[in-house]
Write a protein of this length. Structure first.
Length: 387
């Protein structure tokens, strides 16, 4: 072997080197793959919110706090009880005043007395009464004279001793005298009093009832134009109750609606709405409602305070929800409707009367629609957080 000749490697040594090289490349490749990050598998979206509502996947944890229900029609919630005051029925009450100027001679009744129609109330002495009686007598006497003259002239005309025109004139005067008698008699009769003497007369009751007001005393001077009547007679077998109903409740109250009237002592009686005012009190924002109540046993005393309980408005029905299903969204009141594929969509509603944890819906939700009965506030908060 010379110095310039390279030593020759054995075949076994070459195989070993090749094996080491292959193993090294394999290990390097394995380490390279192991050091790469694994790709994340796609995950399911459990909740997605938008300005109109929320979509919840079947497995979303929020379902544990949400309860769905179906809107149904129920009888309307009656208005809240209203305060009222017992008063007289003006159609069953008569004010009795002095028919002429004069002085009260006697009072035959007291406040609270029960009287029949035509019963004596009080007597008066009046010079005007004497004048009226004198007018009646004077016109009657004049009418008799005029008729006699007319009869005499008629006889003369038949004898052709007087002109026909004289007969016509005297008959016209007799007829005029008759009219004067009728007027004077009617004027006296209009007083509806019973004469007891030349200037004394008795005032009688125009109806059956109770003396509910008396404002006079014996020897008192009274006139027809005084501000208050001498007395009032009222039939208390029926009375009126004037109730003040809130403006928001008046639409559900109808004439003829049955009610219950309760006294402060605990007595109650069925009544009926008779009239509803057409104006609203500008200060109290209430509407006057008049209720008629039978009162044969005199349980309801005029001027007493009572409470009126209104019944449900007949067969009318409205959608009624748990009050917790309605949430406040700024100036709006909203509920969440259950749509397809887990969507819960908020809609604006117009709530009505609320009572015992339930609220009527006047507009925005129909019977048969599914809504969120529990958990509406949670959904509204989720929408707010997603904005």
């Amino acid at each position: 072997m010379t110095e310039n000749t390279l030593p020759t490697k054995s075949p076994r040594r070459l195989v070993a080197l090749a094996t080491i090289l292959v193993v090294g490349v394999g290990l390097g490749t394995a380490l390279a793959f192991r050091s790469r990050p694994k790709t994340a598998e796609p995950t399911e979206v459990l909740m997605k919110a938008d300005p109109q509502g929320i979509i919840l996947a079947p497995g979303a944890p929020q379902w544990r706090f949400i309860e769905l229900a179906e809107a149904t029609l129920l009888p309307t919630i009656p208005p809240l009880p209203a305060p009222g005051r017992v008063t007289f029925d003006e159609l069953r009450t008569s004010a009795v005043g002095a028919p002429l100027s004069g002085r009260i001679e006697t009072l035959d009744v007291r406040t609270g007395d029960h009287v029949e129609k035509g019963a004596k109330l009080f007597s008066m002495r009046s010079g005007s009464f004497a004048d009226l009686k004198r007018d009646v007598e004077a016109t009657r006497a004049l009418a008799i004279t005029k008729h006699r003259i007319a009869d005499r002239v008629r006889e003369l005309v038949n004898l052709e001793a007087a002109a026909k025109k004289e007969q016509l004139a005297t008959e016209a005067e007799a007829h005029e005298a008759d009219l004067a008698v009728s007027a004077a008699t009617a004027k006296l009769a209009s007083l509806k009093v019973a004469a007891k003497g030349q200037n004394l007369f008795q005032v009688v009751s125009p109806r059956r009832g109770t003396i509910v007001e008396l404002d006079a005393s014996p020897n008192q001077e009274v006139t027809p134009d005084r501000e208050t009547p001498v007395l009032r007679v009222s039939d208390l077998d029926q009375v009126l109750v004037l109730a003040d109903v809130q403006e928001s409740d008046i639409e559900d109250i109808k004439e003829g609606m049955p009610v219950e009237v309760h006294t402060l002592a605990g007595a109650s009686r069925a009544g009926q709405v008779e009239q509803i005012a057409e104006v609203v009190d500008p200060t109290r924002r209430t509407v006057a409602v008049r209720v008629r109540v039978p009162n044969q046993d005199r349980i309801f005393r005029p001027n007493a305070m009572v409470e009126i309980i209104f019944q449900s408005a007949g067969a009318e029905k409205r959608v009624r929800l748990p009050s917790a299903a309605i949430v406040t969204d700024g100036p709006r009141r909203v509920v969440f409707l259950a749509k397809e594929k887990g969507r819960l969509e908020r809609v604006q509603v117009v709530p009505g009367r609320e009572r015992n944890g339930e609220t009527e819906i006047l507009k925005g939700l129909a019977a048969g629609q599914r809504y969120v009965a529990k958990g509406a506030l949670l959904l509204l908060n989720q929408i707010d957080l997603s904005d």
